[in-house]
Design a protein. Structure first.
Length: 267
């Protein structure tokens, strides 16, 4: 799913229509109720709600609704990515799924572009109303001085929902935009038994990598508004206004986008 949010990528468009923002390099450990902080134009992991706030006994931390069936996005692929970029993303996904990346570049040596697709999605979420009640009753931990300043500067966000899958479908094309078949036994042997490899019945050009642990590739969040150390309200983050960016640096013309550096902060 790995492209900046101002690119015309169908995968970004479909997630936006479903109300989600994109995680460029899907990860296991992005969860609802986690706090993120805007720093230098990026969102970085800050901690859990309860690591920053002391709960009121009448407003406990919001529970997470686990693994509900997510929206159907099957059949919607990312735009063709340059093979170098695509293989870096694929390598990161396979590694996160528990496989080895040895042999991936060799298996896709003839590829000029790569497409991705996630299927069998699951959603984890927490209720906005429960977050609102928790924050209204909670107080900022007095030892979290730097965080208190970040809150007053409206730099803190809460993840409210995540979309994940343990399957990623990959299609490779050559320089003439023709699909490339993959030697399944070779690539299965290269990545190991932790990740299963299967092909579409009609073609080995459409390959599915399946791991035991789902990876988060989409998320929703709200921005917290504080004044004088007290919670005032929260703002919904519009789908498509933030994206989870793995390694790309913020560019001068990207001021309207906020990036999440998952490599640095969500290990």
């Amino acid at each position: 799913m790995g492209i900046l949010s101002n690119c015309k990528d169908p995968s970004l468009t479909v997630l936006k229509t479903k109300g989600y923002n994109v995680v460029q390099l899907p990860r296991v450990d992005l969860l609802p109720t986690q706090l993120l902080v805007s720093k230098g134009g990026r969102l970085q992991r800050l901690g859990e709600l309860t690591s920053v706030f002391v709960p009121d006994q009448n407003a406990p931390p919001p529970p997470i609704n686990p693994d509900r069936p997510g929206p159907n996005i099957s059949g919607t692929q990312s735009a063709d990515l340059d093979a170098g970029i695509g293989l870096n993303i694929l390598g990161g996904v396979i590694s996160a799924l528990g496989g080895s990346t040895l042999g991936i570049n060799f298996a896709y040596a003839r590829a000029s572009t790569i497409q991705f697709e996630f299927s069998s999605t699951l959603e984890n979420s927490t209720e906005l109303a429960r977050i609102d009640m928790f924050l209204a009753g909670a107080r900022v931990n007095p030892y979290a001085r730097a965080v208190a300043q970040m809150l007053d500067e409206d730099k803190v966000y809460v993840v409210t929902s995540t979309l994940k899958s343990n399957k990623i479908n990959v299609q490779a094309k050559d320089s003439k935009k023709q699909s490339i078949g993959i030697d399944l036994p070779v690539i299965q042997n290269a990545i190991g038994a932790n990740v299963k490899v299967a092909a579409n019945q009609a073609s080995t050009a459409f390959v599915t990598f399946e791991g035991a642990v789902p990876l988060v590739f989409g998320f929703q969040a709200v921005q917290l508004v504080f004044d004088g150390g007290r919670y005032r309200t929260m703002k919904l983050v519009k789908a498509g206004d933030v994206s989870a960016e793995a390694t790309a640096a913020k560019r001068p013309d990207d001021d309207k986008y906020v990036y999440v550096d998952l490599n640095a902060s969500l290990r």
